[in-house]
Design a protein around this ligand. Structure first.
Ligand SMILES: Nc1ncnc2c1ncn2[C@@H]1O[C@H](COP(=O)(O)OP(=O)(O)OP(=O)(O)O)[C@@H](O)[C@H]1O
Length: 329
């Protein structure tokens, strides 16, 4: 799927506009701060995003993701810090920036009576070189809903229409705020495929999510935010790598097992933690003998070792280790 170059585009001669160097970052945010009364929604946040890459802002509800995105889009003004999007300041150069970005806001929204295809065609008319709206409706599985008024579309269809509106202007950078919230698994994968296609076409994508599998599946780089601050920043591989190269054995069992006794049954150098009630992780070199020792130890104590698996750390684990809370908390 070639999203950006799908329709032949003929460059239109026009006034020469001084644009920033093409090799600059798509996004360069430094020390971004935003307060609402006593609440510091965004707190000295730094973000860098090369052009054509996918950056995920991952964090729990209220972490400051939407506020950050809305500042980058030019919908809110920061209280401190500098923001450059495609080399432009969204607060003061919004008119030059808007034609070059696509925005899919959280929850979408439209005039309730407008038909799906009309809405997309209307948005397309605002662009100098739009993608063919019919093609986009087709790719997003919305052709049969083209004549349906917005208010009668299902939540998933509204979400996909909102995504189509964000893409129809052939943007260089797209902001997707929780793009798969409320979608069924099929529609969710359709959106994932589209984001992957955008990336292949060289379109930058900043997406927010509180779904770690979404961030893992789509993003070149993940910034984990909590209380408006970046608590971790890197590729999924970097973030989930264990500093000592250890593996993990995870299992579910009764809460409050005596992990001191479990460790005594294992060779020296292992770590065992109850990440939350009844969820255990043993870290170290995990070989069949260790698995056998753990299950035998559980059996001796009259408890099951359920859902036992050897795995690498997930982004959820990283968040839990950094904040002591779950992403969905
Ligand atoms: N307009 C506003 N007025 C007052 N407080 C606000 C406003 N917008 C956001 N906040 C507060 O700022 C903090 C960050 O909110 P924000 O919506 O940016 O978080 P989020 O990470 O996007 O959360 P969610 O995943 O729920 O969308 C929250 O405490 C929120 O209540």
């Amino acid at each position: 799927m070639d999203v950006v170059n799908e329709a032949a585009s003929t460059p239109t001669p026009g006034p020469v506009i001084e644009e920033p160097a093409a090799d600059g970052d798509a996004l360069d945010v430094r020390g971004l701060t935003k307060r609402f009364g006593d609440t510091t929604a965004v707190d000295e946040l730094d973000l860098r995003m090369p052009r054509g890459s996918v950056l995920a802002l991952l964090g729990p509800n209220g972490a400051g993701k939407t506020t950050t995105v809305e500042i980058c889009e030019g919908f809110q003004r920061p209280d401190g810090g500098t923001v450059r999007v495609l080399g432009l300041d969204p607060a003061t150069q919004g008119e030059r920036l808007r034609p070059r970005i696509g925005v899919m806001p959280q929850g979408g929204g439209a005039y309730p009576g407008v038909r799906a295809a009309e809405m997309l065609e209307l948005v397309a008319t605002c662009s100098a070189d739009p993608i063919d709206p019919r093609w986009l409706l087709d790719v997003l599985g919305l052709t049969s809903a083209g004549r349906t008024p917005y208010k009668r579309l299902s939540g998933g269809q509204q979400q996909r229409l909102s995504l189509a509106c964000a893409l129809v202007g052939r943007p260089e950078l797209v902001f997707l705020d929780e793009p798969t919230a409320g979608l069924d698994p099929q529609a969710r994968h359709l959106v994932w495929d589209l984001v992957a296609a955008l990336r292949r076409d060289g379109v930058g994508v900043l997406l927010t999510t509180h779904l770690m599998d979404e961030a893992e599946a789509l993003a070149d780089r993940v910034v984990i935010v909590d209380h408006g601050r970046a608590v971790a920043d890197g590729t999924t591989a970097e973030l989930t790598a264990d500093p000592q190269g250890r593996q993990e054995l995870k299992f579910h069992s009764e809460p409050a097992l005596d992990l001191g006794l479990l460790l005594a049954a294992l060779p020296e150098g292992y770590e065992a933690v109850e990440q939350r009630a009844g969820r255990y992780v043993v870290r170290g070199t995990i070989d069949p003998q260790v698995v056998s020792t753990v299950t035998a130890w559980c059996a001796r104590h009259g408890v099951f070792a359920n859902e036992l698996r050897v795995s690498r750390r997930s982004l959820e684990d990283v968040f839990l280790d950094l904040t002591g809370r779950e992403l969905r908390s």
